[in-house]
Design a protein around this ligand. Structure first.
Ligand code: ATP
Ligand code: MG
Length: 666
């Protein structure tokens, strides 16, 4: 960031709406009321190591108790509970055996075509154990890396848990990624096996997985790879490579369903997950077993206030960190019943999510702003898929994750899904943080639309300038976390230097975690609001503008705009100029109409934020370039805005055709 933070524009988007938790939400909540929240924060501040040690003893089953809590001797390579031993799978499954949870439904699986199957905790333990035995029979063991390239479903979760059970480190690759992305990850991770399916079913279509694995391996360099295990999701034929490929049935043949969990050191790598790549070459984020699992369980309890009778549904795919922490690990560690969904939100129509909430009596629903925005667009153009057609009264808590949620989308979610009754937890976190770090607590925090509110107890988040100096409320700056926390990234696989350089800048002393996001705290409550990636803060005539603010202003023109993304491009006069890419609710305009709407939007932004924020260029598209996780790829938009050819890695881009459309000027 180049300019001073003092000149941050005070946006008129300042949010005055506040929604205090209802008596109902506070009642019986684990953290009930702000005094309880504050007490936990105070405890962590007064006795940091003691706080975390007590949590780790209370929440996890240790096969060998730890005596050291935090080792900072080789910062920023922090270690937590490092002389303790445990097994993640045992903490998700075995721990419930002999308790009332053992016969409880762990997973309600709804397939793409609507077929529902249920799995109890006891069943899940036998399936995981049997699969773990099958992996061992392939010679896979502690320390090996295994790629999981699977559809959303029980088998994918079983594969991850089975790896954890034998101490193998999994690396899940999202089932929408290309052969090239897969090839790079197999090589970087040095994987010995790929667990995949012949096909996946999404939106009524059969899409190949195994064929992409074959292509990825054929690109060469996968010298460590020995085995490919194939789940036959559909009866369709697939190409078998003799000596390397085995079906699940063949691998499971003769395997018993008892497999003692392998105790590993708390710091043993549970998984590597490559980030989505919205800002550059994917990084293999490495997480440790003990600290990660601790936070997965604690945040289930704090952020979602999970209770025995809840039906939890996180819509994220296991290919993302959200699907790791809040599908594959957290809900199981918490002994919850969860819904797992194979399909997409718009099939057979855009009412699918609402219908499933009704059908499964979901009480906690956790999804992404991109999904919410697209379902708003659908509901507003077609009454039949409006959520009002379904009974959503089972809902108790709503969650949002992945991007800042625009206040307008927040309000729609609050009214139309939460019926002004359910707290919305806007959870800020990252692949690197392992679990939520800044989020409201449903029974405590007064909510402000578009704000992720306050850090969780023990998370020492702050906003600082380039030198690491604290900034006052109201001043925009860089989001940092000043002390380590148990579920933090341990390193970038194979690249400890990049780890230090990316997250622990020397100018700040080399030990403070830099999130890479810009943020500002509100003057009144000190609430955090994420203003966009640091790279996405624009400097227009010396004024610092968060891209997120301009995007929110555009999207708040609700009669016209469905989605918007804003980037900067160099400008001779103003330093940087604002460039907006806009998707309209009515479809893509051209010619005179495009010019006219662009002008209308410019004036709107001028009125909402100030003339300085007026987009110089506005371009219309049928969609925006997104990663497969639904995030806008602003680095590509930056190139388009500058008129450059795209030479960057687009292997994680979902809809490449859109780039050409957006390259056209009006
Ligand atoms: P890459 O690091 O490869 O560019 P990514 O950052 O998109 O990919 P994730 O780790 O999945 O990959 O996403 C974390 C980022 O998502 C955060 O840094 C932040 O920019 C954004 N984010 C997540 N949750 C929220 C939230 N509740 N509010 C605002 N931003 C959020
Ligand atoms: Mg990131």
């Amino acid at each position: 960031m180049s300019s001073s933070s003092a000149s941050t524009i005070q946006s008129v988007l300042v949010e005055n709406r506040v929604f205090a938790p209802s008596a109902e939400a506070q009642q019986g909540a684990r953290v009930s009321g702000m005094a309880a929240y504050q007490a936990l924060c105070d405890e962590a501040a007064a006795d940091f190591d003691g706080f975390w040690a007590r949590q780790a003893r209370a929440h996890l089953n240790w096969s060998k108790p730890f005596s050291r809590t935090l080792d900072e001797s080789n910062a920023p390579f922090y270690k937590w509970f490092d002389d303790g031993e445990l097994n993640a799978s045992a903490n998700c499954l075995d721990r419930h055996i002999g308790t009332p949870v053992e016969n409880k439904t762990a997973i309600v699986f709804e397939a793409d075509d609507g077929t529902v199957t249920q799995v109890t905790y006891k069943d899940l333990l036998s399936r995981v154990s049997r699969f773990a035995n099958a992996l061992k029979a392939q010679g896979i063991g502690k320390g090996d890396r295994v790629i999981v390239y699977m559809p959303m479903g029980v088998e994918g979760i079983v594969a991850m848990q089975a790896c954890a059970r034998i101490g193998a480190t999994h690396s899940v690759v999202f089932g929408g990624f290309s052969a090239k992305a897969l090839n790079e990850r197999i090589i970087d991770a040095g994987a010995v096996a790929v667990i995949t399916a012949n096909y996946q079913l999404r939106g009524g279509k059969e899409l190949p997985l195994k064929a992409i694995v074959d292509d990825g391996i054929a690109m060469g360099g996968c010298t460590t790879l020995k085995t490919v295990l194939v789940y036959e999701r559909t009866p369709s034929a697939w190409n078998r490579v003799e000596g390397r490929d085995k079906t699940f049935d063949e691998a499971l043949q003769g395997q018993g369903d008892d497999c003692p969990p392998v105790a590993v050191d708390a710091e043993h790598p549970l998984f590597i997950l490559y980030t989505s790549g919205s800002t550059g070459k994917p990084k293999g984020v490495q997480h440790a077993t003990g600290g990660y699992l601790l936070w997965a369980k604690m945040t289930m309890e704090w952020t979602f206030d999970i209770r025995p009778e809840d039906v939890f549904w996180c819509t994220a795919d296991i290919g993302w960190i959200t699907g790791h922490t809040y599908v594959a690990y957290g809900p199981l560690a918490a002994g919850a019943t969860q819904v797992v969904f194979e399909g997409i939100p718009t099939y057979p129509n855009a009412g699918r999510f609402w219908q499933m909430i009704e059908k499964h009596k979901v009480s906690i629903f956790y999804t992404a702003p991109t999904a919410i925005r697209s379902l708003i667009k659908a509901a507003e153009s077609d009454e039949k898929v409006h959520p009002k057609n379904w009974d959503l009264s089972s809902l108790r808590i709503l969650g949002s994750v992945g991007e800042p949620i625009n206040p307008e989308a927040w309000m729609w979610y609050h009214r139309n899904i939460g019926h002004e009754r359910c707290p919305i937890v806007d959870t800020f976190w990252q692949t690197e943080t392992g679990g939520h770090v800044i989020t409201p607590l449903p029974g405590a925090t007064p909510l402000v639309p578009g704000s992720c509110t306050l850090p969780l107890p023990g998370i020492m988040a702050a906003i600082v300038d380039e030198t690491g100096k604290d900034l006052p409320n109201g001043a925009g700056g860089m989001l940092v976390i000043k002390r380590p926390w148990p579920s933090m990234i341990r390193t970038i696989w194979n690249d400890p230097e990049r780890f230090k350089k990316s997250y622990f800048p020397e100018e700040m002393g080399g030990t403070i975690y830099l999130a890479g996001d810009g943020a500002v705290r509100s003057e009144d409550r000190g609430y955090f609001r994420i203003t966009g990636r640091i790279d996405d803060v624009l400097n227009v005539s010396g004024h610092r503008l968060g891209t997120m603010e301009i995007e929110s202003a555009l999207v708040s023109k609700t009669d016209l705009v469905a989605e918007a993304a804003v980037v900067g491009r160099p400008d001779d006069v103003t330093g940087e100029a604002v460039c907006a890419f806009v998707v309209l609710k009515r479809g893509r305009p051209t010619g005179e109409e495009a010019k006219q709407i662009a002008n209308e939007l410019r004036n709107w932004v001028a009125k909402e934020i100030g003339p300085i924020a007026k987009p110089k260029d506005i371009r219309f598209g049928d969609n925006l370039p997104k990663t497969r996780s639904g995030k806008i790829m602003r680095r590509l938009l930056r190139s388009i805005a500058k008129g450059e050819a795209i030479t960057q890695d687009t292997s994680t881009l979902e809809n490449p055709a859109i780039l050409e459309q957006l390259a056209q000027t009006n």
